[in-house]
Design a protein around this ligand. Structure first.
Ligand code: BGC
Length: 889
């Protein structure tokens, strides 16, 4: 029996405390007959669920739409609760599906005027550039829960905070409110405290630490107090009574504070906790010398208070060590078998005053924790025991580290199994995309990419989770966006960050190289490939989700970036001056000059300008902005013309005779004629062959090269590159035992020593962007229309793979492609959800075959070139026998 499932509004996983006034609804249809189509839907809505007189209505619409469907005619009010159920009609049937499970939606505080309280601060003005301790604030209030229908806390902070009520944690978020461009947008969180409120006296406590707001951020020594010198919390506690009336509990005179047992804490530095200074939950605590707080009027801060767009940061899972070792120094070393972002959780018994020291590192070098790559992020935690006879359990509250290994000095007594675990911490996104193949090394690489994404989506998309950066580098997520959109439901997290990109864009449209921007000495000049995130990422999210609203809300930001670059080219389309990061980390560049790529930096810049202008024109087309579409397609054409004049010979050779230059020209469609494409393709294959199938591309070329090769029919060359295990290659790190993607191809050298360069992270997702090629081309699961409303299935078997599979939880439901090859015959199992058509590209057939929803077994003979031998080793350039003519279709 067909059913409507998976109701969701906007990009929320839990639509509680949301900021959208007119949230749109999406759903999936499951268990329908093959090929079934929705012809109509009906929504049953209850507004003001807890009001004495809720409003109910149903609306029936003849439509096949199931994504981002409007629900309300009049917008949500602040705090309003609604429930939505949906059902639909399929094909000609008169019988609707049963009603779906209800989805409860609750609005947050939608108007600035809803906030009636001020910030309160235990430390209103501290200009010191040093690591500080945390504070506990508390307020006591009285209630009569008999009369309370619901109770809410709306809260945010200048700093990071945790809330407790009557001795129990409120919510399970970590490092709230997360990191946004605090000067523009400060996120608040909504908590349901109804079950925790008790009769009579209640005590609310807030733990508060510097976090991103006031702690040290950035490299080159970093900067303190980036957003202010205050540490403060904004907390509004509201009780809704049974008659529907709302009381904001006036805590303004009730707040007081004490230093927390967290005596020192920073995101980079680590946390020190003295459990002897714990503040008990008992009448004794009232007798303590609580100090007054300072009130900081809300009006003195200009940031807009915004509800979250994506999921919060949480403790996602715990890992047990795979090895525990007693070091000669007496310390304990733990290997968790996986490089993560997170922290340790320890359980032990020790006398009062006994301190353990916890150090973290991603890798070992010379059998020691390698801390040099952490640079200015010591990542050391300390816990001093209170001396409780039954033992103590501790995990840091306000810091996180990037690590696989940890050492604990001064562990009390023998190590007992289970007493030390690693807690994985990141944004709690839902996994959506999977890949597997017959090549275990390739699968391990894919898993490493997934881990690097997890570790770098800690509230915002970052470069790395371990050293003194952890910043929202724009270029990294620009290249990784398509992979991120496939692997996880990451749209909410990314939409939130894109709003910060727009907020931080200069008046001239310039996009900072990382967002939120910290003034720590890095050039603020615009860089191609980095600033282009303003266009590429909204476009990617639109393609992958089908949500035009993303384009609509980012359009101005996209346009401002393209206008800015057009102005830098003085209208010529040729971006040939100023700062560039170029094909960053080209492996042939010297380790100390990662921007010194073989590819002309202005070739990269002009290519990106052309592509961004073109994507912007397409976005304008989607939004029905015809004038802008025509205008920006002209900007794109001008840039393409400039690119050709400056960098392309009439025959199709590129002035930078590099893999990156040619890949850009091919994938960004910058060449004019088929002859040029043929020549460029042949040259690309020759270069890749000449390199002996090792990587010679940096941030810019790496995500494109396999697609570029496949686009000229050189799939075999793409596989040789993809499956290469010699350094530099994607799989080299896997053979070196990597569990995440490295920043440099050779972050660890073959002899096990660490690359001497300044930047040597073992957890950067950027170079893992190629998994998008694996999903689309190796397994063959691609979209043919935005949001996967139509799917294109075009596997490129090769590389000796006998099977590959990808599946994706699309907005319509799961699409799965799994192929197996026996000799020249390929057998594919294809699953298509209701509402979607799949076009399957079959070799030698002029048109794709179309498959409607359902499961299909498809067989065909693969192209001869796809029956490929094992991947090639690095070619010895001095051995002529290694030279084999590359195949170009
Ligand atoms: C970051 C990169 C970033 C680059 C650009 C590095 O330090 O870790 O991933 O894109 O700088 O300069």
């Amino acid at each position: 029996m067909p059913r409507v499932t998976g109701l969701a509004v906007e990009h929320h996983s839990q639509p509680f405390g949301i900021g959208e006034r007119s949230p749109r609804l999406s759903w999936k249809i499951t268990d329908a007959a093959p090929g079934a189509r929705q012809t109509a839907y009906e929504l049953r809505v209850v507004r003001g669920v807890h009001n004495p007189e809720p409003v109910r209505f149903t609306v029936k619409v003849a439509s096949d739409a199931s994504q981002f469907v409007p629900v309300l005619v009049t917008p949500l009010a602040s705090r309003e609760q609604i429930t939505i159920e949906a059902r639909c009609w399929l094909d000609q049937s008169d019988e609707p599906t049963p009603w779906s499970d209800p989805l409860a939606v609750e609005a947050g505080l939608l108007d600035p005027a809803d906030w009636e309280v001020d910030f309160v601060s235990p430390s209103p003005d501290d200009e010191r550039s040093e690591v500080r301790g945390a504070h506990i604030l508390r307020a006591v209030f009285e209630t009569d829960p008999q009369r309370i229908a619901r109770a809410r806390i709306y809260a945010t902070a200048h700093g990071v905070y945790d809330i407790e009520l009557n001795g129990k944690p409120v919510g399970d978020q970590l490092l709230a409110p997360g990191w946004t461009s605090y000067q523009h947008r400060l996120r608040y969180q909504t908590y349901d405290i109804t079950p925790q409120v008790t009769s009579g006296n209640n005590e609310v406590r807030v733990w508060l630490a510097d976090g991103w707001y006031r702690g040290k951020l950035g490299f080159n020594g970093g900067r303190w107090n980036n957003y202010g010198t205050d540490l403060s919390v904004l907390l509004q506690l509201e009780l809704t009574h049974v008659d529907g009336s709302v009381t904001v509990v006036d805590l303004s005179d009730a707040w007081e504070h004490l230093p927390a047992p967290v005596t020192s804490v920073g995101l980079y530095e680590g946390e020190e906790h003295d459990a002897r200074a714990e503040i008990p939950w008992s009448s004794e605590s009232a007798a303590l010398d609580w100090r007054p707080v300072t009130r900081l009027p809300r009006s003195s801060f200009s940031a807009e208070l915004v509800a979250p767009d994506g999921p919060p940061v949480r403790a996602i899972e715990e890992l047990a060590p795979v090895a525990v070792e007693r070091r000669p120094s007496g310390g304990l070393r733990f290997d968790f078998g996986q490089n993560i972002s997170g922290k340790l959780a320890i359980t032990a018994t020790a006398p009062a005053g006994h301190t353990v020291v916890l150090r973290h590192a991603e890798v070992l070098e010379h059998d020691e924790l390698a801390s040099r790559p952490l640079r200015g992020a010591p990542s050391i935690d300390r816990y001093t025991f209170a001396g409780l006879p039954d033992g103590e359990h501790w995990t840091p509250r306000f810091t996180f580290h990037g690590f696989r290994y940890a050492e604990i000095d001064n562990w009390p007594g023998e190590y007992v199994d289970g007493s030390v675990r690693a807690v994985v911490v990141h944004s709690d996104m839902q996994r959506t995309g999977y890949f597997e193949s017959s090549n275990p090394t390739l699968d391990k690489f894919h898993e490493n990419v997934v881990w690097s994404m997890r570790d770098n989506f800690l509230d915002l998309p970052t470069d790395c989770p371990q050293r003194d950066e952890r910043l929202g580098w724009t270029g990294d997520i620009q290249v990784f966006g398509p992979a991120a959109a496939f692997l996880y439901k990451s749209t909410g997290t990314l939409v939130s960050w894109m709003r910060d990109v727009a907020a931080e864009q200069g008046a001239d449209g310039a996009v900072p190289n990382f967002v939120p921007w910290i003034e720590c000495g890095f050039p603020s000049d615009s860089a191609a490939g980095w600033g282009d995130v303003a266009v590429f990422l909204p476009w990617t999210l639109y393609e992958r989700t089908g949500d035009r609203a993303i384009l609509a809300s980012q359009f101005d930001s996209m346009r401002r970036w393209v206008d800015h670059v057009a102005a830098l080219t003085k209208g010529s389309g040729l971006w040939n001056s100023g700062f560039q990061l170029g094909d960053w980390l080209d492996p042939t560049a010297p380790p100390e000059r990662p921007d010194d790529s073989r590819t002309d930096r202005y070739l990269v810049a002009t290519a990106y300008h052309a592509r961004s202008a073109h994507l912007l024109a397409r976005a304008a087309g989607v939004l029905g902005k015809e004038t802008e579409r025509v205008f920006y397609e002209r900007v794109a054409e001008r840039a393409r013309g400039a690119f050709r004049r400056e960098f392309v010979s009439p025959s199709g050779r590129l002035v930078s005779d590099t893999e990156t230059a040619i890949s850009l020209a091919l994938v960004f469609e910058l060449l004019e004629t088929d002859e040029q494409r043929l020549v460029a393709g042949r040259r690309l294959v020759a270069l890749v062959e000449d390199s002996g199938y090792v990587i010679r591309t940096g941030f810019i070329g790496t995500p494109l090269i396999c697609d570029a090769l496949a686009s000229v029919g050189a799939t075999d060359a793409a596989y040789h590159l993809l499956l290469q295990t010699e350094n530099p290659s994607w799989l080299y790190a896997v053979t070196m035992g990597a569990t995440t993607v490295w920043e440099r191809w050779d972050s660890m050298l073959p002899d096990g020593s660490i690359n001497p360069g300044e930047m040597t992270s073992f957890n950067h997702y950027s170079l893992g962007a190629v998994v998008d090629f694996m999903h689309r081309r190796v397994a063959g699961l691609d979209f043919a229309a935005p949001g996967y409303r139509r799917v294109r299935v075009d596997p490129h078997p090769g590389g000796g793979l006998t099977s590959a599979a990808a599946r994706l939880d699309t907005p319509f439901g799961e699409v799965a492609v799994a192929w197996q090859r026996r000799g020249a015959e390929l057998t594919m199992t294809l699953t298509v959800p209701t509402g979607v058509d799949a076009e399957v590209v079959v070799p030698r057939e002029p048109e794709p075959r179309i498959y409607a929803s359902g499961t299909h077994i498809i067989r065909y003979a693969v192209r001869a070139a796809s029956i490929d031998p094992e991947p090639r080793a690095v070619r010895n350039l001095h051995n002529p026998a290694d030279a084999a003519a590359p195949a170009v279709a």
